[in-house]
Each structure stands twice: as structure tokens, then as C-alpha cells.
Write a protein that binds this ligand. Sequence first.
Ligand SMILES: *Cc1c(COP(=O)(O)O)cnc(C)c1O
Length: 386
Amino acid sequence: MTQDSNVEKSGFETRAIHAGWEPDPTTGAVIPPIFATSTYKQDGVGGLRGGYEYSRSANPTRTALEETMAALEEGERGFAFASGLAAEDTVVRGLLDPGDHVVLPNDAYGGTHRLFDKVEQRWGVAHTPVALSDLAAVEAAIRPETKMVWVETPTNPLLGVADIEAIAQLAHAAGALLVVDNTFASPYLQQPLTLGADVVVHSTTKYVGGHSDVVGGAVVVRDLELAERVGYHQNAMGAVAGAFESWLTLRGLKTLAVRMERHCDNAERIVEFLEADSRVVEVLYPGLAGHRGHEVASRQMKRYGGMVSFRVAGGEEQALAVCGGAEVFTLAESLGGIESLIEHPGRMTHASVAGTELEVPADLVRLSVGIETVEDLVADLDRALG
Ligand SMILES: *Cc1c(COP(=O)(O)O)cnc(C)c1O
């Protein structure tokens, strides 16, 4: 389970496949087994083998996933959780105190907004929603009690882009930590720790797991003192990833690079089709030269990802018809899996923000572009657009 230093310095794909695990010395097992055990025999009191004592504190399958995530995000330590929200809660309550304040994206993932608004607030952590693309607004929202700035980029479902490097400078000047939710980009397309972020969080349910078959979360940090605090609270709060979930997530993570390349290829082809179609009035994709965040995205991302949103000429009625009419695209929430998904944010993922400043256009359709044959995806959208 030791990571040799050559692996750490190697390319992304090599790290995805070789970091975090060495063939088992006893059996030669090439892939980490699912260590379905809660406890570990001690060789005399306190004589732990490899530090393993009890599986909430550490489990070898989870360790393999955690070390691989750390290697891919170019961090020092990784931590795996039962869900993305469990990871977020551990970061917030592990690193902040009552009375602290957080600057939050005004278009944060709905579950993140709910966590801050309905849970963390009751524990004394206040927040201010702000448009992260407006650096002056971010600066203005920072107050003396601000101890954390939270970034999501690209955002959901409008694919807004935030400048991680610039916001890291603002946060650090104010003595606040910068947390980046890297779920949409995945570590393949963007490594926030190399741009100045202090903490990366993931819903590994999405691109990292990549097969829509497991729910999980992760945290990666560079600083060892921060790692100490996150690790302490991971154990103390206990929302850890189980061995089976860790194994499934790690299995997905090994092919992240090839999947992301295909997600991006297919998304680019679909964007090209939608841009040329008169039934579509606007296509939102950071890869488009006309997108507001294009220049920043080009600087901080390897490619532009598999998420595409578009607005249809026929208003909400047509948007709903497109969602209902697609056949290769499955009508469902979530994202980041091998299969293409389509949804109506206004009525589905973002229904809870209707009537607020976060309301999304009713004629908007969101795609999580999968890795199927792209001609089939284009033909499906062409048909569904009616
Ligand atoms: C899904 C998601 C989360 C929450 O993760 P869960 O695994 O569902 O708890 C957080 N952030 C983003 C950007 C997400 O898409």
C-alpha cells in the first residue's frame, strides 16, 4: 500500500492505475481486495499491522482510493466519504467554528446550498451567496469573520466559470481557506490545489465513480496540518466510505482519463450540432469562444467537460418535450456517468430555487453527455427537438 515515488511523479493515467496500491505481498493480487472487515488483529496490545485498528478509522480498500485521489489532485492526503455532502459537512464543521462566515457561489449545487442554509447555519456558520464570476463582488462579500470561500467551477446548470487562481488570492489575503468543489471538471480536467486552493471536495458519485452505480465523496488537501484536522474529523464524525463503495469508486477512477476524453469529444460534437440548429436559441458550454468564462476555462482546464446546457426556441413546453422525447438520453437527475442523461433543471434539479435569484430559465435543458456513439446522441436530440 506504499506509493513509490516514481508513481507520484508519473503521468495522470499512470497514477490513476498504479498509485495507492502495490500488488499484495502475500498473494500478488493486482487489484486491492474489498477488505470486508470491521476490525484488525493486534500483535500485542497496540501492535497494529500497517496502522489498521478499526475500519471507521482506516480500511485498506479505502486507503487505496484515498491515496489515488490524492495523487490525481496533486495533494498530500485524500479522504473518502459516504457521499459528497458528507465530505462537505466534514470540511465545514471540521475546519470552521461557530461565528465563522463562508462566501458561497450564488449558483452552488442545490445540496450544498441546502447544507449551508438549513444545517450549518443552525450550528453558527453563516454564509453569503455571491456571483463568483464577479471578483469585485467576491471581495465585497468577504468580511472579518470570513474563514472560507467556496468555489464551484464549472457551475450547474448554467456552466459558469470561476477564476480559481484569482479567488484564491482574495481568500488568502483575507486569511480564509479556499475550497473548490471539483465534481464537474474531475481531477483529469482541473487540479485546483495547483491553482492555489487549500481543499478540494468531490462528489465521487459523478465523474470519478463514473458508472452511476455508487454514491461517495472525497476531500484532498496539500497542507499536512489541514490533513490532520480533516482526518481527525473524518474519524470523529464517521461518515466514511465503505469498503465496497471504495472499491467500486476506485475501479471507476482508473479509467477516468479515457472516459473524460470521450465525454469531451462527444460534448463538443453535440455543441456543434446544437449551435447550428434553429430550434435552439442558446448553447451554454465553456468551450465556446463566445462563452463568458471561456478565457478563464482555457487557462485552468485541460478541456471543457461533458456537461452541456441549451435553451430552446419553443419555451418551457418544448424544453419539457425534448426531455420527455429523448430515447438514447435517459431522463434522470445526476451526471458524470457513462450513459447520457437529459433533464429539465427548472422542474427537476433546480425546482427548489424557483422564485429566488437562483431560478434557472424555464426553456433550459441540461445534458450530461455520455460516452455512447456520438452519431446516436446527435440523432436522438435531432428527433427529440421535434
Ligand atoms: C452531486 C453533487 C454534490 C453532492 O454529492 P452527493 O454525492 O450527491 O452527496 C456536490 N457538489 C456537486 C457539484 C454535485 O454535483
